[in-house]
Design a protein around this ligand. Sequence first.
Ligand SMILES: [Cu+2]
Length: 167
Amino acid sequence: MKRACWTLVGPLMLGLLLGACAPGGQPGAQAITIVMDEYRFEPNTVQVKAGQEVRLTLANKGKEPHELMIGRTLVTHEGRPAGFAQDFFEGISVKAERGGKPIDVKELMEEEEEAHGFMVVLEPGEEPVTIIFTIPSNKVGEWEMGCFESDGSHWQLGMQGKWIVQP
Ligand SMILES: [Cu+2]
C-alpha cells in the first residue's frame, strides 16, 4: 500500500517542489492544480503541509459543472450525498484569484439550501480559479474531497479524493 501510494504521490511531490519556486506566491507557497472532469479529480490524492500558504488551482475540463468540497463525515439530504458534516475550510480565511486578478470568493460558491460548507463550483469551460489559504495545525490529518453535483450523483460515480494535511 505504501509503495503504491508513493508511485502516485511522487510526481505530485515534484509538482509541489516546482510550484514552490513559482512567482506570485509567498516563499514556500505550495502550488497545486486539481483538474475536475467526469467523474474524478486529477490527482485524487493531494498532500499539503500546514503552516505554509497553499495556492490551489481548480480547472473544470469536463462537460458538466463540478465542485470541490473538503471535509469529513458524509451527510445526506433527502437520501442523497450532499456534503460533509465537518467542513475543512471552517475557520480558514480563503482568498481567490482568476487570471491572476483577485476575485470575491463568494462568486465561486453556489447558493443552495442543502449545501454543507465551503465549495468552489466551476461551470464547464469556465476559466480556472486559484484559491489561496494557509492551513492551521489543528487541521492536520486526512480529509476527503468530493463533488456533490447532480444531487450527489457525482460523488456516487466516484468523484472523491483524499486531502492529506501534514504537520
Ligand atoms: Cu462533479
